[in-house]
Design a protein around this ligand. Structure first.
Ligand code: C2O
Ligand code: CU
Ligand code: CU
Length: 515
């Protein structure tokens, strides 16, 4: 029954604005009811928010910053009093926060002690393609992968996660993900910056659990009636259910990462008060932007400043997100869901925080495309881009280095999608012809693309030519990505004949064994 209904739904998804005719009204009611998820009123917020440890880094004789990252299995108490089998990095669930300064050469040593081959991708980073950790840099179980590159981009909150084609959703869901901060000192003293004290990592994920407290993967593809992948009933922040953050300063900086498979959050504070957005995915904004809500789709990040009064409690919540879909798809994609996420508890006495800065040292605006540079079009279907599904042996775009480009994304269907470009920073120029709000005007690498909408981006790529190893662009709803809603591009020296670009080295196995 489920399979047939799902096919009916997906057929319907191709019809713009259509409401799917379900076999029977009774079924429609069933779908409608089961598609609603909320934890409001069901969570006791009494567990301290865990702060991921900072990764230990060691500078070697060449001045490179070495970081050991061991991908491993383990057991984690995700729900109170219950153990779950989980995956993590240097621990049983999630991974350490890596901090690197602009100009440093980062040399991670990634060891795969998982039972499956995987990869580790540095989301938001500009780097040579062979170190990107995409689907071409597979690491066998027991193998070690040692990428190395010089970090040279503005301060931003990046993250890392596996990217094996077809299995990303499982590997991230089980817990392999972590934050990667690039620091550049430009905002020193302007923003709260004491890690875990007033500068707080907030990794938000939704999960389903079995009665025994194990992670439930039943809906990880398109199980049930899902059209975007797994949507969970429960929320974890940094792996903690029902988390409380003790706040000791008047203002805290929350670095929020949506590390969920498919859920789109619309973050608000419990009493509706304003907060300030100071950074998007890939860098600071030119000034703090006051908002009372902020939508983040999977893979997106934002840095927020939240002000508290002594002794008060405020919840970070996700209210029903406006997904821009029709009634049914909105419901099925989580548009009617709401959650309490995190309780902020201010101490009776709060230490002063840096005053709200009037402006911020944002990176420069991206350069306009060189004259004559053509725009590229990406038309989204249900699970494909330009009518193609991912093929590791096909290059979808050969891009000459040195100029930014305009990319036009058109979501031709009624489903929510988003879009992420590897090794690039972009600015969102327009959404359906209108410029985005000020909170969205900074550098980004991932963007929500509402149903039947057109989003135009100004994209600037990292500086390394890579005729052999491709970079990816894809929908970051992980079930869509794994189903093939992904393509590949290579960066070449200007003047290179696209016909000369070799097909990619497929299913590369970069790891070497050592014990
Ligand atoms: Cu966050 Cu291609 O990934
Ligand atoms: Cu990425
Ligand atoms: Cu999608």
């Amino acid at each position: 029954m489920t399979g047939i209904s799902r096919r009916a739904l997906l057929r319907g998804a191709g019809v713009a604005g259509a409401v799917v005719a379900l076999p029977a009204a009774g079924m429609a009611g069933y779908v409608w009811t089961t598609a609603h998820r909320s934890n409001v009123g069901k969570v006791s917020f009494d567990r301290p928010l865990a702060i991921p440890p900072l990764a230990r880094s060691v500078r070697d004789a060449y001045g490179r910053l070495g970081v050991d990252l061991r991908l491993q299995t383990g057991q984690t108490e995700l729900l109170p009093g219950k153990q779950a089998d989980t995956w993590g990095v240097n621990g049983s669930y999630l991974g350490p926060t890596i901090r690197v300064s602009r100009g440093d050469t980062l040399a991670p040593v990634v060891r795969n002690d998982l039972p499956e081959a995987t990869t580790l991708h540095w989301h938001g980073m500009e780097l040579p393609a062979e170190f990107d950790g995409g689907p071409h840099q597979m690491i066998r179980p027991g193998a070690v992968w040692e990428p190395v590159w010089r970090v040279d981009q503005p301060a931003a909150t990046l993250w890392y996660h596996p990217h094996p084609h077809g299995r990303t959703k499982e590997h991230v869901y089980r817990g392999v993900a972590g934050l990667l901060y690039v620091d550049d000192g430009a905002a020193a003293g302007l923003l709260p910056e004491e890690y875990g004290v007033d500068d707080i990592p907030i990794v938000v994920q939704d999960k389903n659990f079995t009665a025994g407290g194990q992670l439930d993967q039943a809906d990880i593809g398109f199980g049930g009636f899902s059209v975007t992948g797994l949507l969970g009933d429960e929320i974890l922040v940094n792996g903690v259910w029902g988390p409380v953050l003790d706040v000791r300063t008047e203002r805290v900086r929350l670095r929020v990462l949506n590390a969920s498979n498919a859920r789109i959050y619309d973050f608000v504070l419990g009493d509706g008060r304003d907060f300030h957005v100071v950074a998007g995915d890939n860098g600071l904004l030119p000034a703090p932007v006051p908002v009372d809500q902020l939508r983040l789709s999977p893979g997106e990040r934002a840095e927020l400043l939240v002000e508290l009064r002594p002794g008060e409690r405020v919840r970070l919540r996700s209210r029903t997100p406006d997904l821009g879909a029709n009634l049914l798809f909105d419901r099925l994609a989580g548009g009617d869901d709401e959650f309490d996420i995190l309780e902020l508890r201010a101490a009776r006495e709060l230490r002063p925080a840096p005053p709200l800065p009037a402006s911020l040292p944002a990176p420069s605006r991206l350069p306009q495309p060189a004259a004559g540079r053509a725009q590229r079009d990406f038309v989204f279907g249900d699970f494909h881009i330009n009518e193609k599904v991912m093929d590791a042996a096909r290059i979808d775009a050969v891009i000459p280095l040195g100029s930014a480009e305009i990319w036009r994304l058109r979501n031709d269907v009624g489903l929510p999608h988003n879009f992420h470009v590897h090794n690039a920073a972009f600015e969102v120029l327009t959404i359906d012809g209108r410029p985005p709000g000020p909170a969205w005007r900074g550098r980004k690498d991932t963007v929500y693309v509402p149903p039947n909408a057109e989003v135009r981006l100004l994209v600037q790529f990292g500086p390394y030519p890579s005729p052999k190893w491709p970079f990816m662009f894809h929908c970051h709803l992980l079930a869509h990505e794994d189903a093939g809603m992904m393509g590949q591009f290579v960066l070449v020296e200007p003047g290179t004949d696209p016909a000369e670009v070799a097909p990619p080295v497929t299913a590369g196995d970069n790891g070497h064994h050592h014990d």
